[in-house]
Design a binder for this molecule. Structure first.
Ligand code: ATP
Length: 247
């Protein structure tokens, strides 16, 4: 992998000292690409993202083997907020907007790792609103009273406020109607194309994710069992049968 890659190498994760959840996972995300991490509920997708962001500790999980590199340097010893400063940010599953704050206040919390002037903050906000016009319309609304799709947009928009080079996006389609899922993936594609943000996308929704991703990895019980270009995976008979429910 070249200097602009995120790569994780042979990661093993154990929860509570005994539960081996990732059994040596390796993957790379090239600069400017969308990579999908696919697999059933419980396969280890969220754990993989948390291993990258160093969010496992709080959950009594430990990386016992392997390394994470970003742009050629080790990042596995950084705190989550230092990793954000390096350009890698995670959007957690389940959206996690602050329900009692307005959409705009939520977005502003995303800029905390930078010290921006009021003018720069406004520029960042305008950028987010450019990609998510719905958030602009709803900017004064209390986040907890907005729709699931708007809350997912708010979570991605908040991550954008940190000006990331790479977003680790966990299950953005969860609980959303198909039309909203498409809307969100279109925006992801747009951010990738225009802002050159790379994405590592954990998804159970294999079919949709492979339409938007460049490359995919399939995780099963903590191991990568298949990988390939998104088009190849979409047309692979095993993938169709086991993961797309088209058998
Ligand atoms: P999901 O779609 O539910 O997020 P996933 O593929 O992301 O699924 P993980 O959440 O990474 O899967 O979970 C992988 C395995 O690790 C599961 O068997 C889960 O029960 C277990 N696990 C997850 N978090 C913990 C924890 N904090 N302590 C112990 N076991 C955990």
């Amino acid at each position: 992998p070249g200097a602009d890659y995120l790569s994780i190498n042979n990661i093993e994760v154990i929860y509570d000292h005994v539960i081996l959840v990732l059994k040596g996972v390796s993957l790379t995300v090239p600069k400017g690409k969308i990579v999908a991490l696919l697999g059933a509920n419980g396969a280890g997708k969220t754990t993989t993202l948390k291993a990258i962001s160093n969010l496992l500790h709080a959950e009594r999980g430990d990386v016992t083997k392997g390394s994470v590199e970003f742009k050629g340097g080790r990042v596995d010893q950084l705190t989550p907020s230092d990793l954000v400063r390096q350009g890698v940010i995670q959007v957690m599953e389940g959206r996690h907007c602050f329900g009692h704050l307005s959409i705009e206040e939520n977005l502003l919390t995303g800029a905390y790792t930078q010290s921006l002037s009021r003018g720069q903050l406004n520029e960042q906000l305008e950028k987010v609103y450019h990609y998510f016009p719905r958030l602009k319309t709803r900017r004064k609304s209390q986040a907890g009273y907005t729709s699931g799709g708007e809350q997912q947009m708010c979570a991605i928009g908040r991550a954008l406020m940190a000006n990331p080079e790479m977003i680790l996006l966990d299950e953005p389609s969860m609980g959303l109607a198909p039309q909203i899922v498409e809307e969100i993936f279109e925006i992801v594609k747009d951010l990738n194309a225009r802002e050159n943000v790379s994405f590592l996308l954990a998804e159970q929704n294999t079919m949709v994710a492979l339409r938007y991703a460049d490359f995919g990895y399939i995780l099963e019980s903590g191991r990568i069992v298949m990988e390939g270009a998104a088009d190849e995976l979409r047309n692979n008979e095993d993938v169709k049968e086991f993961y797309l429910g088209l058998s």
